[in-house]
Design a protein around this ligand. Structure first.
Ligand SMILES: Nc1ncnc2c1ncn2[C@@H]1O[C@H](COP(=O)(O)OP(=O)(O)OP(=O)(O)O)[C@@H](O)[C@H]1O
Length: 247
């Protein structure tokens, strides 16, 4: 089971397979992926277009089922979990943020952040919402609606919403893909701080070597397999490995 004991792993995948379609049209998106993500660390997933990055993130976050293998998160194998358990885990242990923010336009920042807890039927403490907004640097924007916020601020609200339930893992799919360089940098600095100062575990898909270089570990997918890995890399190393895979 690898070098690390399970307690120090926030997320682990063993020999995970996932394909789409059937017969001659079948596409193998993940072809035997094994990945251990230590608690309180940040892992970036890179690879050429179509290599399986989004599928990996969705399977790891319980948004899609693996066909085979195991996905362990918060003490449960998601591949064997009932729908009821998956729903509970998605509301408590799994945070997700997207390239396109996916905020509710009619709701304020504070209401957007409170939404996952409301949907989970939990009582929402105003102070909790305020603390999470403050932790992403938006204490003074609680009453603003998404259209009144910059792209970088909207992504911060989305990150706050993903963190409000204190998830075991924050999953981020291209979190800086829609942002200009400066906003991207500040969102990445926020994510780095969440790991370093709050012990958050993050799994992120990105196309951007500069973003991946902020992570602790970068893993590379090609044709649904993990083919390479860098620890504490710089952006030039990441770009070179990616270029080699894109051929
Ligand atoms: N719902 C689906 N139905 C059929 N095929 C799919 C589906 N989702 C993904 N695939 C296929 O699975 C493979 C992996 O897709 P995935 O989106 O995980 O790749 P990716 O690395 O995230 O790509 P990109 O960088 O372009 O977003 C691709 O060949 C894709 O066409």
């Amino acid at each position: 089971m690898g070098a690390m004991d399970n307690a120090s792993l926030a997320l682990s995948l063993y020999d995970v397979r996932r394909s789409y379609g059937r017969g001659g049209n079948a596409v193998t998106a993940l072809d035997g992926v094994t990945l251990e993500v230590p608690a309180h660390s940040w892992t970036a997933v890179m690879g050429p277009s179509g290599s399986g990055k989004s599928t990996l993130l969705h399977v790891a976050a319980g948004l899609e089922r693996a066909d085979r293998g195991q996905v362990w998160l918060a003490g449960h194998d998601l591949t064997r979990a009932s729908e009821a358990l998956l729903t509970r885990l998605r509301r408590s242990e799994i945070g997700f943020c997207f390239q396109s923010f996916n905020l509710m336009g009619a709701l304020t920042a504070a209401q957007n952040v409170a939404l996952p807890m409301r949907l989970g039927g939990a009582k929402v403490e105003g102070s909790r919402v305020h603390d999470v907004l403050a932790s992403v640097g938006l204490a003074d924007r609680a009453r603003h609606r998404p259209r009144e916020l910059s792209g970088g601020q909207q992504q911060r609200v989305a990150i706050a919403r993903a963190l409000v339930t204190e998830p075991a893992v924050l999953f981020a799919d291209e979190p800086t893909g829609a942002l200009d360089t400066g906003s991207a940098r500040s969102v990445l600095t926020l994510l780095r701080g969440l790991v370093d100062h709050r012990g958050q575990t993050i799994a992120m898909v990105t196309h951007d070597p500069a973003a991946a270089a902020r992570a602790d570990t970068v893993v590379f997918l090609a044709d649904g397999r993990l083919v390479d890995r860098l620890e504490r890399p710089d952006a030039a190393q990441v770009a070179a490995r990616l270029a080699a895979l894109e051929g």
